[in-house]
Ligand binder design. Structure first.
Ligand SMILES: *Cc1c(COP(=O)(O)O)cnc(C)c1O
Length: 383
């Protein structure tokens, strides 16, 4: 059986796939059907943040699979309660809603932002200011929240009420008026080109939102779970959102999403206001508990150290125009990124694109010998 032609015949053609069939992996190494080894600087788009089959995650997942894979949210199960406590205690947030993906977590955040405003001010205060070049997901509403025209085609009508600012304080302030419920942003725009918005902008926006009772919603789907050198990226800046969302790396290989609520928003959702059949699934949550336990100060220090190592290495290469991003979420500005990504793959290195950049999302704990080998491949391709 040829899996490439089978896939092309029977799986919806929504992805521009690279012609590689991965069958196994461990840590920062992946293997294709011919046994060829690849160094993984993509982590399945920031999902396998602690590496493929990270042992504590695998143990927790297997134990929970043996115990009880699913019960439904009509009953209590322990992994989701334990996970919610871990997220809250490490962020000073108050409550968590569990979903299964980043887009769903963002849907929930948008619902909560609008209901907060409705409960307090009545109708007419539902506008959400998002940013140009943002990415918030693929549902009709999260596409509407995504500040890229390419995503606003075909599926009309989109959810109303989103406007897009430049990532400057003046631009956001000019859009955020008395009809505005929330400002929604990623601290480092991932799909939009690995653009770090920076502390000055973020602290000003946070203060402005607080003054005007506009909710600050931070999308930590890609930046979260240690990726930028803190557990959640807003912790780099001493700001606290009213809602943040996360997914990807929280699951380390299983689907999970979470919308996390602060003081103001913790009690916005009541019984029947929102739900998800699989949300809070015990297996995904048991794995996520192991993920959070592993992301301690030592691991985060290692992220910052690896980040500096990569940036220093790449900045010295003549064909690299700039390196953007934060922590282990890095973008390389160079010519013809897509062709270079394909050339890396050919040489056994998995990297991604983001807009016209090469994007690196290696595991937070990638061993230095593997990291160095991967960077040498990148150097060859960039030469
Ligand atoms: C990937 C991503 C999403 C969407 O997550 P899914 O799990 O694919 O729904 C939303 N926001 C950001 C910032 C992302 O990187």
């Amino acid at each position: 059986m040829n899996i490439f032609s089978f896939d092309e015949q029977y799986v919806a053609s929504t992805y521009g796939r690279q012609k590689v069939h991965f069958v196994s992996g461990k840590g920062s190494l992946l293997y294709d059907e011919n046994g060829k080894e690849y160094i993984d600087f993509g982590t399945g788009i920031a999902v396998n943040g602690l590496g493929v089959k990270f042992q504590p995650w695998l143990d927790a997942v297997k134990a929970q699979l043996d115990l009880l894979p699913h019960a439904s949210n009509l009953y209590y199960t322990s992994p989701c309660a334990l996970l919610a406590e871990k997220i809250c205690s490490r962020t000073a947030m108050k409550k968590v809603f569990f979903a299964n993906s980043g887009a769903e977590a963002n849907e929930c955040a948008i619902k909560v932002a609008r209901k907060y405003s409705f409960d307090k001010y009545g109708s007419g205060r539902e506008k959400i200011v998002a940013l140009k070049n943002s990415f918030h997901g693929r549902t009709i509403t999260t596409l509407a929240a995504t500040g890229q025209d390419a995503f606003h085609k075909y599926f009309m009508p989109f959810t109303e009420g989103f406007v897009f600012g430049e990532p400057t304080f003046e631009s956001v302030k000019a859009l955020a008026d008395e009809h505005t419920a929330a400002v929604m942003l990623e601290t480092v725009q991932g799909e939009g080109g690995v653009n770090a918005l920076g502390g000055e902008f973020l602290t000003k926006i946070a203060a402005f939102c607080k003054e005007n009772d506009i909710l600050l919603v931070i999308d930590e789907v890609q930046t979260g779970n240690g990726r930028t050198g803190k557990l959640y990226s807003f912790q780099n800046y001493g700001i606290i959102p009213d809602i943040f969302t996360t997914a990807k790396g929280l699951g380390n290989g299983l689907p999970i999403g979470a919308a996390v609520f602060g003081e103001k928003t913790a009690s916005v959702l009541g019984k029947g206001d929102h739900g998800s059949t699989f949300g809070g699934n015990p297996v995904a949550c048991a794995g996520a508990c192991a993920v959070l336990d592993a992301i301690d100060d030592d691991l985060l220090a290692g992220v910052a150290e690896r980040s500096k190592y990569i940036i220093d290495f790449l900045s010295a290469l003549p064909s690299v125009k700039s390196v953007t991003g934060l922590g282990l979420m890095l973008g390389i500005e160079t010519d013809d990124a897509a062709a270079k990504v394909a050339a890396c793959l050919e040489k056994g290195l998995v990297v991604l694109t983001a807009k016209n950049k090469i994007r690196l999302l290696p595991a937070l704990n990638i061993p230095y010998d593997i990291l160095k080998k991967g960077l040498e491949v990148l150097k060859e391709v960039l030469a």
